[in-house]
Design a protein around this ligand. Sequence first.
Ligand code: PLP
Length: 469
Amino acid sequence: MCAMNTMESRFRGLPSVDRLMSEPEMVKLSVSYPHDLLVDLARQQLELERISIAAGGQVPGLTKIVKSICARVDALLSPGPRRVINASGVIIHTNLGRAPLSEEAIAAMNRVSAGYSDLEFDLDSGTRGSRNTHIEQLLCQVTGAEAGLVVINNAAALVLGLTALTKRKEVIISRGQAVEIGGGFRIPEVMRQSGAKLVEVGTTNSTNIWDFEQAIGPRTAALLRVHSSNFKIIGYTQNVTIEELVTLGLRHDLPVFDDLGSGCLLDTTRYGLDPEPMVQQSINLGVGLAFFSGDKLLGGPQAGIIVGKKHLVDKLKKHPLARAVRIDKTGLAGLAATLVNYLKGEALDKVPVWRMISAPLDEIERRATSWAQVLGSTARVVEGESMVGGGSLPGGVLPTKLVAFGGRVKKGEQNTAQLLARKLREQEPPIVGRLSGNTLLLDPRTVLPGEEKEFLQALQNAAASVLAN
Ligand SMILES: *Cc1c(COP(=O)(O)O)cnc(C)c1O
């Protein structure tokens, strides 16, 4: 009882909502934001303070409470995702939103989102149309496929393909490819969800075409290949090629499903990278369906793309699940514009992912040198590697020039690399670098040309606050 009373009296140390609302900071906020909203947020903050006091916390002062309310207003009314500058050197960085888009893609997305569009309207006849018609011909032209369909992402594309074509049947896959793609996306679980029975053949590091052949039975519906896009098995490995699978499939009248993951349309070996399977090759070799993402190596907006044989794609189009995973108008417009970049042969110049992959080393070095100058004698330009990242090209790295800051940290001394990394993240826009041990690495390759000025200003600000420390 006594304890209760003390608690009550400590609660009484908190200001009233009216008292808070009359504080100058709150009055200033009420010019821009509705009174009721501010009152609500003030109440929420007071409730949190009571919980904290009940747990033994201090009674906060008026200024502190007002500051917390301002932070709540800010968090609620300036929501993320916020733009950041990626100086990490990871080109397709899933945590940073994967692919930045070409100007043409951005413009197309702006156009369709600002007003109405002929998304599902045939302007010629004046009747209902299909959203897929805008993209299908482009997909066929770029990949050489007979038909194509776009959904929200590649995970959904796979679920749709397996559900529509292999439900209650068997799908054969090499054991080494029954993997987790990342973000908890596990191939065996996806197949179970789709109602397909997974038949794993071979071993983790070695599968032979005979393993597939022996597993084919009356219930087999497809042969599946999943590109190992985020890991690499080194040492003794053996796997079946897509050619072998297609040949086997032909003999048994079974389609091959090829989950390519990254959706590469250009030859990565020209830039010193490992070969990444290209969509056109799979189609040319005769796979039934190829599945890939729009926002990995394709360099477009988030999307899942399915191309392949017409009779198979048609079944997917008609499946009820296709409606549940259909792409939105902005994604569709952005993807179409990105595919036009490829068709016009301008992807290397205009699609940022490819501009980054093909950036000349001397240009990167020139930029790194000018960045290092901002940081003064504490930084140096070093050789390093950019990563393609994002579930494509496992171990796919490109030689680059990095700005390195920090290094050895003596006992009891401040880790300046970590400090600078933090200060950079606190800039507007925030900058994300790469910490390697006690060294902060900044890679010009992933900083877009239009961001350079802002980047240098932010770098200057962050460096000043670190060096002053
Ligand atoms: C990334 C990836 C997926 C998932 O694609 P999302 O577009 O992220 O849904 C599926 N399969 C492979 C092989 C991948 O690399």
